[in-house]
Ligand binder design. Structure first.
Ligand code: ADP
Length: 256
């Protein structure tokens, strides 16, 4: 009985890194971007990764998504070991199990919002269920804008199209790299509200790199990196508690 309860309450892990090291360059020019990172991202959670500039945030995200190789260690998306995949398997993994949201939106200007949202599925030869597409479009509040091209939308609306594009294939995990870096504070709040909603109501898993404590405060958990290692984490963060930790890390980085 106990075993059944613990099995059913065991949290599913959407992505994880085990003993990850990443070196760039050789000899004197060598940089240790990640120096032994162990971290798990639980399914259905919104995690923010923060840390001073150069602490390894982008490298961690890129290695998790199979966009960059590891020097040592392993990364998994769900149960799939990304670090031992062939290029072909990696392409399939990125198409089917990972969604990406970038700072620069990366929408195709000649396609409408709806065509942009459906493009990754079209490339994979898949069709979304109409119910799911309606739900995603509703959640991002784009129902009235589906036939507009990116140039006819505000920055916040364009980023919401990019969010819908990431969500529509129901990936195991969405990686968002500074998704509000190009937005004013009102549009940032809209996009972050939406990301949080997609975790709470659609059950999506999101891992977001950000340097903005306000953006991180929308997450369930903040993981702090410093000098290529995970040094701390906060649950149920607010902007002040995140800012305090960041100040501490910046000071430590300056002293080191
Ligand atoms: P962050 O995203 O926290 O700013 P990065 O992951 O971009 O940090 O970088 C971590 C460290 O690795 C930095 O010292 C950076 O200069 C170095 N680095 C990142 N990418 C490369 C690369 N392609 N070649 C050499 N060094 C790199």
């Amino acid at each position: 009985m106990t075993a059944t309860i613990s099995a059913s309450t065991k949290q599913q892990v959407a992505a994880r890194a085990v003993g990850v090291k990443k070196l760039y360059g050789e000899g004197e020019a060598q940089v240790a971007a990640l120096r032994g990172v162990d971290v798990e991202f639980v399914a259905g959670e919104f995690t923010a990764i923060m840390g001073p500039s150069g602490s390894g945030k982008s490298t961690l995200m890129h290695t998790l998504a199979g966009l960059d190789t590891l020097t040592e260690g392993e990364v998994f998306i769900g149960d799939a070991k990304v670090s031992s995949m062939t290029d072909k398997q990696l392409t399939k993994l990125r198409r089917q199990q990972i969604g990406f949201i970038f700072q620069q939106f990366n929408l195709l200007p000649t396609l409408t919002a709806e065509e942009n949202i459906l493009l990754p599925l079209a490339i994979a030869g898949r069709k979304p269920s109409k119910d799911w597409l309606d739900r995603v479009v509703d959640t991002v509040g784009l129902a009235e804008r589906l036939h507009h091209r990116p140039g006819e939308l505000s920055g916040g609306q364009q980023q919401r199209v990019a969010c819908a594009r990431a969500l529509v294939s129901q990936p195991e995990v969405i990686f968002a790299d500074e998704p509000t870096g190009n937005l004013d504070s009102t549009s940032s709040a809209e996009v972050l509200d939406f990301l949080r909603d997609s975790v709470r109501t659609l059950g999506q898993t999101i891992v977001m790199v950000t340097h903005d404590p306000r953006a991180a405060s929308y997450s369930d958990r903040v993981v702090f990196l410093a000098d290529g290692q995970i040094v701390d984490e906060l649950r149920e963060p607010d902007a002040d508690s995140v800012l305090d930790k960041m100040r501490l890390l910046d000071n430590l980085a300056r002293v080191a």
